[in-house]
Design a protein around this ligand. Structure first.
Ligand SMILES: *Cc1c(COP(=O)(O)O)cnc(C)c1O
Length: 399
């Protein structure tokens, strides 16, 4: 008889977004005249930029001509894109080699697939609240997960507990869902902890492009010693609106290695190359051409203009919270505003109150972990007009 991976029985039913949709649809049916504003969106809304579209078109035309047609490409990405990413890191003060950069179809796949490189009996440390992918992929593999508390007391930036040992540590900064971002000193403490414990940090920097405070690190590799204990995942999804286009990249330093049980050594860069060349056949040439356009001066300026639009929305939300005296996190170096539910409410009850009384949809913090029970996430990804209207309605809750 076929035996299945019964670890899947241990996955929690992912009902967050389906439950939101269910409640919103029911309300809309019963109140067809009401205008609902959605600030729960975790997806970009602005179209791809001019130079990306132009490069995509050119690449499509290349595919139409036998002389420039491309078949299978290098699984780890074309050199033109790996070098463009390397230059981008260089401009941000981090030196990498092109073959430390692996192009992929996104950070979600890579943060999940990286688990292939680790034995099942590692202990995994994840913050609570958290992006659910880290927990679910390790649960599928049957790994033991321990949680660290992100709370208002630590500004939703969990720090290492020296009395707890972990082999694999997930960090996401700027964070989804809390919007909180670690500074260099805090990340240095994490790197030191990882080195002391002989463990690895899997660092998700999907929101680095939202960082405005120049003193904050955009990459874990801005921290001394990180190349000995860290892998970084990044993506063009939030940077340049590639959520539907699909392109990300993962940095695995060539120095990163661990001892094997027989006393030898394994290099993570070589293992990841082997894994990707075996299980992945690369990102489409056309998409990689579009992605390379993001890293040109013009493309970067266009991406920055898009992010500035979202940032303006974030500020509208943050200013409203300030005005109302609602305690919040994020909103500055992040498209997310994470706030304590007013009136001492539980997040799903506050969700219902917002929907019923002002028709604004957000995301209940309970969906991201126990420490989110009394918190709520709003996003900056709607347009300015809707964001202003939503905040005017939000103020009426306090009258
Ligand atoms: C959006 C997001 C990503 C990006 O995922 P892609 O697969 O590249 O679209 C990665 N990590 C977090 C925490 C995110 O919110």
């Amino acid at each position: 008889m076929t035996r299945l991976n019964e670890n899947y029985l241990n996955l929690k039913e992912s009902y967050l977004f389906s439950e939101i949709a269910k409640r919103v649809n029911k309300f809309a049916e019963e109140h067809p005249d009401k205008d609902i504003i959605r600030l729960g969106i975790g997806d970009v809304t602005l179209p791809l930029s001019k130079s990306v579209i132009s490069e995509l078109h050119k690449a499509v035309d290349e595919m139409a001509d036998a002389k420039t047609f491309k078949g299978y490409g290098p699984e780890q990405g074309y050199d033109f894109l790996r070098n463009a990413i390397k230059d981008y890191y260089h401009r941000n003060g981090v030196e990498l080699e092109a073959d430390e950069i692996f192009v992929s179809d996104g950070a979600k796949s890579d943060t999940g697939n990286i688990t292939d490189l680790f034995a099942v009996d590692n202990t995994v440390l994840v913050p609570d609240p958290v992006y659910p992918v880290y927990v679910d992929t390790n649960t599928m593999n049957g790994r033991n997960i321990i949680y660290m508390n992100s709370t208002p007391e630590n500004n939703f930036l969990a720090m290492p507990d020296e009395s707890v040992h972990a082999d694999i540590i997930y960090l996401c900064s700027p964070n989804n869902p809390t919007g909180a971002a670690y500074n260099k000193e805090q990340l240095k403490i994490w790197v030191d902890y990882a080195k002391k414990n002989n463990s690895i940090i899997l660092f998700d920097s999907a929101y680095e492009c939202f960082i405005t405070d120049e003193s904050l690190p955009r990459s874990i590799f801005a921290i001394e010693g990180a190349k000995d204990c860290c892998i970084e995942f990044c993506s063009l999804s939030k940077t340049a609106g590639f959520t539907g286009t699909r392109c990300g990249y993962t940095v695995v330093p060539k120095t990163l290695r661990f001892k094997t049980t027989d006393g030898g050594e394994l290099y993570l860069n070589k293992m990841w190359l082997r894994r990707q060349t075996t299980k992945f056949n690369g990102v489409p040439y056309i998409i990689q051409r579009g992605a390379a356009a993001v890293f040109t001066v013009e493309g970067m300026n266009e991406a920055k203009a898009m992010i500035a639009t979202y940032r303006e929305n974030a500020k509208i939300i943050a200013d409203t919270m300030d005005e109302l005296g609602v305690k919040y996190f994020g909103g500055v170096n992040s498209p997310y505003i994470w706030f304590e539910c007013p009136f001492g409410m539980y997040s799903w009850d506050f969700f219902d109150k917002m929907l019923n009384e002002i028709q604004v949809v957000g995301t209940p913090g309970a969906g991201f972990g126990r420490n989110g029970d009394n918190y709520f996430r709003l996003t900056a990804f709607n347009n300015k007009e809707n964001t202003i209207n939503a905040m005017n309605r939000f103020k009426t809750l306090f009258e």
